[in-house]
Design a protein around this ligand. Structure first.
Ligand code: FES
Ligand SMILES: [Fe+2]
Length: 342
């Protein structure tokens, strides 16, 4: 079951450029092609030729049209057939078009009723093209249901175990030994926490207080801000968010979970350190190596978990623990949003 009335991240805008301006992907079970007209305008439509259902993403752009490269049908940017070899008049045929927007380096597609496609629903992310805030980005695919990926992001206590040699060490923190505060805000959950007297990676023996705040926004957008402060800062702010002081270093994370099918999920992620000194650039390359290794660890665990879920009778109980508050609240928020879309 998917939320349809939502913007979804199709992928990085650069993916489309690298694919030559026409790219097909599956989102919530629907094949979608995004392409740019000869004039550079973005278009999204069903990736299924009305003739014999070949993918239009294997076609080519001709001006404001797309030509299916199986038998040559052309479709205009409104999705209507504009021509077919052998026929004097185009047949009465066409495909669905989807609202599409480029924002913060991502391509967003609205999968519900186009009349409801309000761009203000798109959550703010960082974008990967800001020179003041360089980020490294990539994408992976999970052979697993998207909700298992949501669960993973809404309960980061797993960092100490799944990522014991990667993110656990790189963060300098112990994630399973304290719980975040969680607030629901509209279509998002906000998670906030301090790690007091955490290690300062790269500075052996030094301690810092690390502030982490992240939003997990429907349908699966994860935006994290982290900042390290001198030890004692958490106490000075009585455990609240620090304001008015500059941290020693900041990091940012931008991630999107996009269901492809019930058993496959795309994951588009970027990581950054705020600042663009040569030292930062070198550290960012190291950080991306750690992040990529960590997401491979997540993928292996989640895909293994999916195999066990598939073998588990639905009446088999799971133990509900405090760690499950985030995943539980996110599942409930998604269920309500699906119910409300009618
Ligand atoms: S399948 Fe596209 S023209 Fe035949
Ligand atoms: Fe993880």
């Amino acid at each position: 079951m998917f939320l349809k009335e939502s913007w979804y991240v199709f992928g990085w805008e650069r993916d489309l450029d690298q694919a030559g301006g026409i790219l097909g992907r599956v989102i919530i079970g629907e094949p979608v092609v995004i392409w740019r007209t000869a004039g550079g305008e973005l278009r999204a439509m069903a990736d299924r030729c009305p003739h014999r259902h070949a993918p239009l993403s294997r076609g080519r752009v001709e001006g404001d049209s797309i030509r299916c490269m199986y038998h040559g049908m052309t479709l205009g940017s409104d999705g209507r057939c504009t021509g077919m070899p052998l026929l004097d008049e185009p047949p009465d045929a066409g495909v669905r078009v989807y609202p599409v927007v480029a924002k913060d380096s991502w391509l967003w597609v609205w999968m519900g009723n186009p009349e409801n496609a309000d761009e203000s629903f798109i959550p703010d992310a960082f974008g990967i093209d800001d020179p003041a805030q360089p980020m490294r980005a990539s994408s992976i695919e999970y052979q697993a249901n998207f909700q298992l990926v949501h669960d993973n992001l809404c309960d980061l206590s797993h960092v100490d175990f799944v990522h014991s040699g990667t993110l656990r060490v790189a963060s300098g923190a112990w994630w399973s030994q304290s719980a975040p505060r969680i607030h629901a805000q509209g279509r998002a959950l906000r998670f906030e926490r301090w790690f007091i007297d955490a290690d300062y990676p790269g500075k052996p023996g030094e301690k810092v207080d690390t502030w982490i705040s992240y939003d997990f926004v429907l349908p699966g957008i994860f935006i994290l801000r982290g900042a390290r402060y001198p030890a004692g800062t958490a106490a000075a702010f009585e455990g609240k968010e620090p304001v008015g002081i500059e941290p020693l270093v900041r990091n940012i994370e931008q991630q999107a979970v996009t269901p492809m099918t019930e058993r496959t999920t795309a994951y588009h992620y970027a990581t950054g350190l705020v600042g663009s000194t040569p030292e930062m650039t070198a550290r960012l390359a190291e950080r991306m190596d750690v992040v990529m290794a960590a997401f491979e660890e997540d993928r292996q665990m989640i895909e293994a978990q999916q195999k066990i879920w598939d073998l588990t009778p639905p009446e088999t109980a799971m133990v509900f623990l405090p760690q499950d508050r985030g995943p539980f609240q996110m599942r409930r928020m998604l269920r309500k949003a699906i119910e409300n879309q009618g």
